[in-house]
Design a protein around this ligand. Sequence first.
Ligand code: GDP
Ligand code: ZN
Length: 451
Amino acid sequence: MAYQQGDTIVAIATPPGEGGVGILRLSGSQALAIATVLCGGAKVKALMPRHAHFRRFHARDSSVIDHGIALYFPAPHSYTGETVVELQGHGSPLALASLLTEAIALGARPARAGEFSERAFLNGRLDLAQAEAVADLIHARSDAQARAAAASLEGAFSQAVDGIHGQLLQLLALAEAGLDFSEEDLGDAHELAIADGLMRLEGQIAHLLKQAQQGAQLARGGRVVLAGRPNVGKSSLMNALARRASAIVTAIPGTTRDLLREEIVLDGLPVELIDTAGLRAATDAVEAEGIARARHILHSAQLILLVADASAGWQVEDEAILRDLPEGPRLILWNKLDLVSAPPLTPVGEQSIALSAQTGVGLDILRRSLMEALGMQGDSCPFSARRRHVEALEHCLQDIHAARDMHRLGGSPELVAQSLREAAVALASITGHIDVEDILGEIFSRFCIGK
Ligand code: GDP
Ligand code: ZN
């Protein structure tokens, strides 16, 4: 694979703040030259590839900024595929900032967010799904997320995509043979092979789509909003799920003035729980603001839990809140089950769970229902994915459907081949094994600087 050396970029690759080690990363045509000057220039022994060298890091006035390890990775055997040098000094924000300033004075340019990974992709060191997995691994908030991202980084998802892509191209070749030869030449076996191939591909893509949907859901995490009248026990329930007392729980209606957020991890899935301010008529400005935000956040929820008081039964206000909820999955929670012998009647057409935030009864059922509603039931997810990948797979599946319909109805081989070609392009956009310029900026801009 041919690689390119871009202009030299530099960034502090370690997180901001104080730490044991701080790393300055340089990549590009001048990386070695700039690092050599920083390490003392010609007076000091040259850096050998992939050797750890102890060096003093100097400013232009030859004062010492820090000392540490210098590592030189010649192109193309580096993270970016370019010449890379890492200077590993102390985790001192000021020393690292000076080092960065010196590198820039010597001709390096501050790297954009994700630019190292973008270069790794452009030089074929990582495919696109793997590069995205780097960001997902960095931003993981649960073990399960980190593991799924690591699997994608290792290529688990990409290999599945490439495998199907290869079969698609074979089928395309078969379908295109129909363009050059007459059906008499090719015979029934040819038609059967295409029909069979289309059916098999459809099954495989549908399976991969399901996995990618789970992988994307896992990587994104869930968002669940609690709605309901004041005092029904929303804060208590949130605390019970989070097993922490962060929300203020009192018996006075309207205590929960703002949106309260908690992140819980359900079977490895991070779930953001949001307690709304209660959708009741505002009595003051602060509350009005909270209510406006609550309405906004309700629309972004993957699931709405409408909490009601089992000891009070279904009230007119409960009905009003229910009717006001946006479309989408929702569940009524009969809280305070400990105060009654049996839960009240649930409104027709609604699903409910009875529980008690105080005693914990029913919480396990709620956790299971949450996982199901968030699409995480069944097998654990083998890799991380993104919305973009899911959309590409959906697109691909639609094209295969179209090809199958066309083929079954005896449509023109031209059109069957065209649908297969489109399916292949959609699939290849996942790994970036095609022209994808327009999506690159969007993907890599969400990385941190230095990655
Ligand atoms: P919110 O306004 O909906 O957030 O309600 P809170 O969580 O602040 O709870 C209001 C009151 O109901 C508090 O006094 C809680 O202790 C009480 N409460 C909450 N959950 C339960 C429950 O399951 N059983 C009983 N008996 N009381 C509860
Ligand atoms: Zn509350």
